[in-house]
Write a protein that binds this ligand. Structure first.
Ligand code: NAD
Length: 479
């Protein structure tokens, strides 16, 4: 049994109350450990440690901060296989995916922001005849970072790396559903002698630990990735306190497929963009719009390929692992029932899978493809966040843009066409913070990342993140 501990002021600790929460392995449906069920009192201890560590951390030289963040990255790399297996066991994702994406990306996040802080520019503006302005971008103080379960270490480091790089100290909370790799990261901090109190990780429930972080007047900014409902509550609390907030929230992303696309490339990528990580990536396309002239060809080939995907033990070479929890499994199956009520036709999938052997009690769902639904029905408007996609035919560019833009979300969009003019026009008109043309999920860490509408507020990535995690001050000197 694994006993996860809080990491506060450089020490591994249980919750003050000693209460714990069970950790479930979603591919087995069984308990494999516990994490602290922390309370606001634990958060207060973490905030105190972060406040005490701040004066020394914020005046470190760029080189010193670079070295420490790089050591963290290298510390993960040195224990790569352990992190891969932990991420897969905790989340249900195939090990090959954690090896290809999650853990390497966590390492890149730390390396990228270690370097970004050395290259982060500030400006000066000369005012003729009067003097000189210069802009300071200074650490904000103690900041809170709260992350979700779908890409656990990937998104945890996506927040803490720029926060620390910009000279802040951090109180961080990973998802209570997938806390294991954040805990392993705290053991790396311990191994490399990361300064105590600079990064504090408090485990537990969102309504207790997360809320206490958000409500604390000593926490000067919140970087949050998670669901839109949680994001709304956090935004309200931050507004009351005039607290800086960055929100990366849900999505209902459109894939727009024109008849002139490179069919083979589009098909291979669309299978991935629909079902990678069991469809539990905020950037997965869940509404697939296909131009009518190629609709039948698309449907036949797509179903053919989906039916070949393998499902089962994430420790093996399967395409599809388990969804993250029993509650999430039932939520997704509930949406599949709703699809039938709304008049949808299940073209393939739609059922829970019970693999023979060790994984028979795991939370597996067949990749599911549905057609025949109006673009405004609940199934096409609400985020499911599982291996479920809908097919929707369209005739014209105007029609598809209006359908694609009809949800409250605006995170990511994929456009498939060989016509450059079409791509440029659609990219301009789509309500989406991220647009990919003829590809999916290629991420350059320098680019702004975030969503429009109810998909979030603010942008992370590159210098956008460095700007978020710093306070801007203009100084004018008269001559
Ligand atoms: P969630 O909102 O339930 O939880 C996210 C985190 O917030 C967890 O650590 C949770 O404990 C914490 N939390 C819950 N209630 C809180 C509260 N009242 N105050 C403070 N913290 C609280 O989301 P989830 O189910 O873990 O993740 C899935 C969601 O995340 C999906 O909607 C998905 O689209 C979204 N997501 C968005 C992005 C993005 O970049 N836009 C990336 C990944 C996931």
């Amino acid at each position: 049994m694994i006993r996860i501990k809080n990491y506060i002021n450089g020490l591994f600790q249980d919750a003050l109350s000693k209460s714990t929460i069970d950790l479930i392995n979603p591919s087995r449906g069984s308990i494999y450990g516990t994490l602290p069920d922390s309370e606001s009192s634990d958060v207060l201890v973490a905030i105190k440690a972060a406040k005490e560590a701040l004066p020394a951390w914020k005046v470190l030289s760029f080189e010193q901060r670079f070295d420490l963040l790089l050591k963290l990255a290298n510390g993960i790399e040195a224990r790569m296989q352990e992190f891969i297996e932990a991420e897969s066991m905790d989340n249900g994702k195939p090990q090959w995916l954690a090896a290809q994406s999650d853990i390497p990306r966590a390492i890149s996040n730390l390396k990228f922001f270690a370097s970004a802080q050395m290259n982060f520019p500030s400006e000066s503006h000369f005012t003729p005849g009067q003097g000189l302005n210069y802009t300071l971008r200074q650490p904000i103080g103690v900041v809170g970072c709260i992350s979700p379960w779908n890409l656990p270490l990937y998104l945890f480091t996506w927040k803490i790396a720029p926060a620390l790089a910009a000279g802040n100290t951090v109180v961080a909370k990973p998802s209570e559903i997938t806390p294991y790799t954040a805990y392993l990261l705290s053991t790396v901090c311990d191994e490399i002698g990361f300064p105590k109190g600079v990064l504090n990780i408090v485990h537990g429930l969102g309504g207790k630990v997360g809320q206490a972080i958000v409500e604390s007047k000593d926490i000067k900014a919140i970087a949050f990735t998670g669901g839109t409902i949680t994001g709304r509550a956090i935004n309200i609390e931050c507004a009351k306190q005039f607290k800086k907030v960055s929100l990366e929230l849900g999505g209902k992303n459109p894939n727009i497929i024109f008849e002139d696309c490179d069919f083979e490339e589009m098909m291979a990528t669309t299978v991935r963009s629909s079902f990678t990580n069991q469809g539990q990536i905020c950037l997965c396309g869940s509404r697939i719009f296909i131009q009518k002239t190629i609709y039948d060809k698309f449907k036949t080939e797509f179903i053919h390929r989906i039916q070949k995907l393998t499902i089962g033990d994430p420790a093996t070479e399967v395409n599809i692992g388990a969804v993250v929890s029993e509650a999430h499994l039932h939520k997704i199956l509930g949406y599949i029932d709703l699809a039938k009520e709304e008049g949808g036709i299940i073209l393939t999938g739609g059922k829970r899978v019970k693999p023979v052997g060790e994984c028979e009690n795991g939370y597996f769902i067949e990749p599911t493809v549905i057609e025949g639904l109006n673009h405004l029905c609940r199934l096409n408007q609400e985020e499911i966040f599982g291996p479920v996609v809908t097919l929707i035919p369209f005739e014209t560019e105007d029609e598809v843009i209006s359908m694609a833009n009809s949800t409250p979300y605006g995170l990511a969009c994929t456009i498939w066409t060989e016509n450059g003019k079409t791509a440029l026009r659609v990219a301009e008109r789509i309500d989406s913070g991220i647009v990919w043309v003829n590809t999916w999920m290629i991420r350059d860490l320098r680019t702004p990342f975030g969503g429009m509408k109810e998909s979030g507020i603010g942008r992370e990535g590159g210098f956008e993140a460095m700007r978020f995690f710093t306070e801007t001050k203009n100084v004018f000197i008269k001559y």
